[in-house]
Each structure stands twice: as C-alpha cells, then as structure tokens.
Design a protein around this ligand. Structure first.
Ligand SMILES: [Zn+2]
Length: 341
C-alpha cells in the first residue's frame, strides 16, 4: 500500500488514537495524532492545540486554522469519540467535497444510549440501564446522540465501534478490537499453594465487586486455599505489577464485555474471568476467546473448578497472550484498518 498522510483526531479517549497511529507509523504510514487538549490521562499526541485555557473566539480560530492546514496536508481522517476538527463537525462536508477519506471510531459514551437494548432471537430483549451507572449520559437525551450519530454517518466512508454493544446503535459500523501497546514479554508464574485472584474495580457497583467478594469468602469458608487481592485507586504501574503476581484476574461480573485491564492481563499471559454477554461475543466476531465466561451466579463454582486444577492456568495463560496479540496489539489493529481503507 502506498504511503498516505493520515490524521487521528481530535481526542484520545483510552489512548486509542495514539496506539493506532503508532501502529500505522510502524507499518510505514505517515500517520499523526492531534488532540484539542490533553486529557487527564495524558496519552501521547503529535500535535496538541492546547485549547484548554483559551476563550471561545480563540478556540474557534485555532480549530479553523488547523483544519485548513490539515485539509492541505492529509488524505485520510480517523475521528474518535464522535468528534471531528470543527465545532458541530462542520468540517465533514468540506472534507468530503475535497475528496478526503473520513472514518469514525466510536468508543462508548459518545453514542451509548440511556437504555441500551440487545434484540435477540429466542431470548427476551436485554435492556441495560446505562443512565443508572453513568452520570454523564444520564444528562444527555438519546435524541441528541442519535441525531449527531446520523449526521456523522452521512459523511463517513466507514464507522467502527470498539465496544460491541454500540453496534446496536451504530448499525452500519464494524467491530474494531481495542488497540493496546502490549508488553513484549509475558510473565509466567507457577501457582503457589494459595491461588491468588486479583480484582481492580474502578467503580465497585459497575463491576459487581460485592459478588466477587462474596464468592471468594464462601470458598474460603469451605476450606479452599484462595485469596483475593482488591486494588483500587492505585497508579497504572502498580496495577500491572500486581497483575503479574496474580494467578487469575477477575475483570467484572456485570457489564457483559471486557475492558482494557482485561486486555493487559491477557497480554501478560494471565487468565481472565469476566462476564461476556453471548450476543456481544457473537456480534464482535472474535474467535477462540480464552476469557472464562462467568456470571455472578456461577462465579464461585467456576473459581472452585480452577482452584481444584491450577495446572490448567498455564495453558490458558499461553492462549490468553496469543489472543491479545492477535486482536488487540496496536499493529494488528492498525493493519486491519489499513486493509479496509
Ligand atoms: Zn455514559
């Protein structure tokens, strides 16, 4: 494929723009990232417009200035979190008029509705109350998000979602696995006498932490040699270090899909337990997912199964690392996108 000037903008939620752009650079493309302002997590960016402390007028001038430069220099535009270069995405018709390629990568609360439903055959429609767990989305009416989505879809050549539940909202989108700059080596550790489980919730009620604590206590009372390490509010480095010392990671038992912590654990060769909604696995098209699928009800039984035969953990760890590399490695995701360009 010939080299094209590619821009990833204008925000970097979850480090996606940076990771995918890095992958594209490594594959020989002329790829750059731009952010309107650095966010709290401070992911890398090639260009930072530093809009944070500017007044409204200056913000608009700077955005237009950048847009006109990008229009001259770039061929392909990847936009994240349902935003583009100009306010109200006024740049989109102009980009199309000048023959540019426009692609959107939706990530979560940018298009997630207050009540999400997954229609299924043979099973009742599953409704997830997103507004109850997300104070930001509770304030944004669905019609606003849908209106914006339809507008973006009108100008996009292609749309992607990094969470499969979003495919029920953005119906024309394809699933794109979450991109991660993965560690090069896996960590192998023989399970000791006591099986160490790790759970690192950002929000206890969302992850179903109380069910996890209850299941482990029940097993401990029955005499199983297991311990649960709970990590909260610790820096990312500490969490990674703790993951590498654990035997099994429990991501969550409530929300139906896995997050970046699970991907990092898998890439380190650590087996992961998580509740995966079967329709979402099907919708994602991921094959050979090594994650042990649990629910709040089956959790204790499934931990007991692992505890009774810890030797299966090593094999599962190898499969986990291979899965993370196949689907989530930043170069793998970049290659997939370039192939479909
Ligand atoms: Zn939300």
């Amino acid at each position: 494929m010939g080299q094209r000037a590619i821009l990833h903008a204008p925000t970097d939620v979850g480090g996606q723009a940076w990771a995918i752009s890095k992958g594209m650079k490594e594959l020989g493309q002329n790829s750059r990232t731009m952010v309107l302002e650095r966010n709290y997590f401070n992911y890398g960016a090639d260009i930072d417009l530093e809009l944070k402390d500017l007044g409204n007028f200056q913000r608009i001038v700077r955005r237009w200035h950048f847009f006109l430069r990008a229009l001259r220099r770039c061929d392909v535009f990847y936009f994240y979190f349902a935003q583009s270069l100009l306010p109200y995405s006024l740049d989109l018709p102009l980009l199309r008029l000048f023959g540019k390629k426009v692609i959107f990568i939706f990530q979560g609360c940018d298009i997630r509705l207050q009540k999400m439903s997954y229609p299924t055959k043979g099973k009742k429609t599953i409704v997830v109350d997103h507004a109850a767990t997300c104070p930001v989305c509770a304030k944004i009416p669905d019609w606003k998000k849908l209106w914006r989505l339809r507008y973006l879809e009108l100008f996009a050549h292609q749309t992607y979602c990094v969470n499969p539940d979003l495919l029920f909202v953005a119906k024309a989108a394809k699933f794109l696995p979450y991109a991660h700059i993965l560690p090069k080596a896996t960590v192998t550790k023989k399970p000791g006498k006591v099986l160490t489980l790790l759970h690192a919730p950002t929000e206890r009620s969302v992850k179903g932490t109380s069910f996890i604590i209850a299941a482990v206590s029940q097993l401990q009372r029955q005499g199983h040699l297991i311990k649960l390490k709970l990590i909260e509010g610790k820096p990312h480095e500490t969490v990674l270090h703790e993951i590498s010392r654990a035997d099994l990671i429990i991501d969550q038992v409530k929300i139906g899909w896995y997050g970046s912590l699970a991907v990092e654990a898998l890439s380190l060769g650590k087996p992961v337990m998580c509740f995966l909604e079967p329709i979402l696995i099907k919708k994602s098209g991921l094959k050979d997912c090594p994650i042990i699928n649990v629910t709040a009800e089956t959790l204790a039984e499934q931990i007991e199964q692992v505890a009774s035969d810890p030797s299966q953990l090593a094999k599962l760890g190898v499969r986990s690392a291979a899965f993370a590399r196949r689907y989530h490695d930043h170069q793998a995701v970049a290659r997939l996108l370039l192939r479909e360009l």
